[in-house]
Design a protein around this ligand. Structure first.
Ligand code: SAM
Length: 293
């Protein structure tokens, strides 16, 4: 019966005894609310048969809860000052592997083969992310060929709202589309800034990402499709037409091609990109390819 790390008193005591001060530049805000940690593990539906990847274990508050529920936890932490801390706090758990590496430099497929004793067990990703690199981490994870049974991650509430936004709302944009192209995203619950040491200056939310239904129509070129997401939202308040000609060209020939592509998929050029579903974006992309844009 090991006491939980995640109380304000124990967190402070651990940091003091190792002489650690948190670094803002590394997004270090440590969770000190045990109820929230338990809810995160529940949202991840972590089972004794699961492998779990954690990004940014900090002093191990979440890692410990994961270790108690999972088969094995592999955690990537960039800050070498935290290695002796984690060695101490994770000593009671024989199923935790901590790797001192920048997650953005990790090849996930190789790491999974290398560090999990049973690399074929169901894999989940559960993390309280470093907020300054939320989007790059998500893109790296979603663009890898790794099959996650689910991904449950804490992030800044504003970003969580964008990931889980419905078409036509103010939060809907290029990031929503890039994520929803790969997974279903739902906002599980929000977390007050008072649940951390130190308190961040934003509120947080847990997002759950689960495998999505296969798309009925596939894009000709994923890279170009992702570029089109960005083009559509270059100037949010402008029409789709305006953003398209700004990106692709204003000469008569280009305008003719764009007009043809839009007509092909029944789109009024005066529409705004926020009204276009993912499926419509894919249709538009395919029509643009067809007309040679
Ligand atoms: N999991 C702990 C918790 O919930 O209390 C800490 C979460 S804290 C928000 C983010 C953690 O990510 C910090 O420990 C930070 O050092 C680590 N981190 C920051 N950048 C990282 C990177 N590029 N790769 C791996 N870990 C990183």
């Amino acid at each position: 019966d090991v006491p939980d790390i995640a109380t304000p008193m124990r967190t402070q005591a651990i940091m003091n005894s190792f002489g650690i001060n948190t670094r803002k530049s590394l997004g270090q805000n440590f969770l000190t609310d045990i109820k929230i940690l338990k809810n995160i593990v529940t949202a991840g539906d972590v089972q004794p048969t699961d492998n779990v990847i954690e990004i940014g274990p900090g002093i191990g508050a979440l890692t410990e809860q994961l270790a108690r529920s999972a088969k094995q936890v592999v955690a990537f932490e960039i800050d070498d000052r935290l290695m002796p801390v984690l060695e101490h706090t994770m000593a009671p758990y024989d199923n935790v592997t901590v790797i001192n590496q920048d997650i953005l430099s990790v090849d996930l497929e190789t790491a999974i083969q290398e560090h999990f004793s049973d690399p074929d067990a169901p894999l989940k990703l559960v993390a309280n992310l470093p907020y300054y690199i939320t989007t790059p981490i998500l893109m790296q994870v979603l663009q890898s060929n790794v099959q996650f049974a689910n991904i449950v991650v804490m992030m800044q509430k504003e970003v969580a709202s964008r990931l889980s936004a419905e078409v036509g709302t103010k939060d809907y944009g290029a990031l929503t589309l890039a994520v929803q192209y790969r997974v279903d995203a739902t906002l599980a619950f929000t977390v007050s800034r008072t649940a951390f040491i130190p308190n961040p200056n934003v509120d947080s939310a847990i997002v759950s990402l689960t495998p999505r239904e296969p798309l009925e129509v596939l894009p000709h070129n994923e890279k170009q499709l992702f570029k089109l997401f960005k083009v559509g939202f270059t100037m949010r308040r402008k029409t789709l037409w305006n953003n398209l000609i700004t990106a692709f060209g204003k000469d008569d020939e280009m305008k003719a091609r764009l007009t043809e592509a839009l007509a092909d998929v029944d789109l009024d050029p005066r529409i705004r990109a926020e009204k276009l579903s993912l499926e419509k974006f894919i249709d538009l992309h395919n029509a643009l390819v067809k007309t040679g844009v």
